[in-house]
Design a protein around this ligand. Structure first.
Ligand SMILES: [Zn+2]
Length: 409
């Protein structure tokens, strides 16, 4: 798009949670949204794109991706020992598929580094804008420590972590990832279903260690901390220590829900991964863990949603395929959010979590022109967005990134 472009005729779901506006129009100029309102009052534009019958939405966020990973790439050991160049190169189609699914911003919670973010910014590869945690901070033996019992150290592999123990070492580890260019700091506040050892409810960083990370990240421009925390006291410790988001949060308890409400802590429940069909080569110990945890997680996450904990959309894509990220919307609805609340989780809430709500996350004048057009109404059928083929137009920073609308003339 060069001159002003008007998207006109569709239903506008602007990401704020306000009721939709039918027969709407959105004006895009110089990469920004400059006007929204009823089509009949729309200003003139050089170019008009008729999106009648479709729905105009903000560009979505996926707040939990692993762009360097793909499902089906073998065992965790295969993944950790793969050449780094393979991991970087396979993130190229992953980025494109994510963008074409309607996701114009991602927060990558380990794997992608500063180079991936810069490559997108410089237009070397197509993709959503990237915020990256780069590496996860883990205690010895925790989720993120990929050293085997016999001393083989795979921690340097993609998805590997920074291993530290004690508050002082975690201050240093925080500085290390910030020095590498991290936009947020990810910590392992509990074990995980795919941890090399340990259960989701096992402890990760102690309260004092989490506090040390949060304080150090705050000192460097209020960098947010994302806590991998699936169960146990790790979720509560992370919330009280002041992290901005709980990733997974599968067995969040009632007292922690209260704390999250009081502090505005975000929940990124990664339902796409929780509910995924296991791959044929999944290790039996992972299958066993998952069976035991999934049913309980459904009940606890539904309780958090019902209580009104702010939810931001994240999938753990990389463990599930990239490019069907917005399947998460249907799962959020299945777990109790309304379709509108699910859309807000993927747009305005996600932008707040990522600290970019002043420029992204809603379709409002002054925001960057990140827009998605679906060829139907996700408010009446949220599953529509699960299929990227129903995402017919993707605009990022005012530039058309994908356009599969049928020619009308
Ligand atoms: Zn993850």
């Amino acid at each position: 798009m060069t001159g002003p472009v008007l998207l006109t005729g569709g239903r506008l779901v602007d990401g704020t949670g306000r009721p939709p506006l039918d027969e709407a129009a959105v004006l895009v100029e110089g990469g920004l949204i400059t006007w929204t309102g009823p089509r009949v009052h729309a200003p003139k534009a050089d170019t008009t794109i008729d999106v009648a019958g479709g729905t105009i939405l903000p560009g979505f966020f996926d707040c939990h991706t692993h762009l360097t990973m793909r499902p089906g790439e073998g065992s965790a050991i295969d993944r950790m020992t793969a050449p780094q160049s393979l991991r970087v190169l396979q993130s190229v189609p992953n980025l494109r598929d994510t963008l074409y699914a309607g996701v114009t911003s991602v927060r990558d919670l380990s794997g992608a580094d500063l180079g991936t973010k810069l490559a997108v910014e410089r237009g070397l590869v197509e993709g959503p804008r990237v915020q990256a945690a780069i590496r996860i901070l883990s205690i010895t033996g925790g989720h993120g420590d990929w050293r085997s019992a016999n001393g083989v150290d795979l921690t340097g592999g993609s998805g590997g972590g920074v291993v530290a123990d004690g508050p002082a070492e975690f201050v240093r580890a925080t500085r290390a990832v910030l020095q590498e260019g991290a936009d947020c700091v990810k910590i392992a506040a509990s074990g995980g279903m795919s941890s090399p050892r340990g259960e989701p409810g096992h402890g990760g960083l102690t309260f004092d260690e989490i506090k040390a990370v949060v304080s150090e990240a705050e000192r460097h421009g209020n960098v947010p901390v994302a806590a991998h925390a699936q169960a146990g006291s790790g979720i509560h410790d992370a919330v009280v220590a002041g992290v901005r988001s709980i990733e997974h949060g599968y067995l969040v308890d009632d007292r922690t829900i209260e704390e999250m409400l009081a502090r505005g802590t975000f929940l990124v429940p990664t339902l796409s991964t929780l509910t995924r069909e296991p791959e044929p080569d999944t290790a039996p110990w992972v299958l066993d863990k998952r069976r035991r945890w999934t049913a309980a997680a459904h009940e606890r996450l539904a309780a958090a949603f019902a209580a009104g904990v702010p939810v931001a959309l994240g999938t753990d894509a990389g463990l599930v395929p990239h490019g069907s990220n917005l399947r998460e919307l249907a799962l959020l609805v299945e777990f109790g959010l309304s379709p509108m609340a699910a859309i807000v989780a993927g747009t305005a809430n996600a932008a707040r979590l990522c600290g970019v709500a002043d420029e992204l996350g809603t379709v409002e004048p002054g925001k960057r022109a990140d827009l998605v057009v679906a060829d139907g109404d996700p408010l009446t059928g949220i599953g529509l967005l699960s299929d990227p083929d129903h995402v017919v137009l993707v605009v990022k920073d005012g530039r058309i990134a994908k356009d599969t609308r049928r020619p009308t003339a």
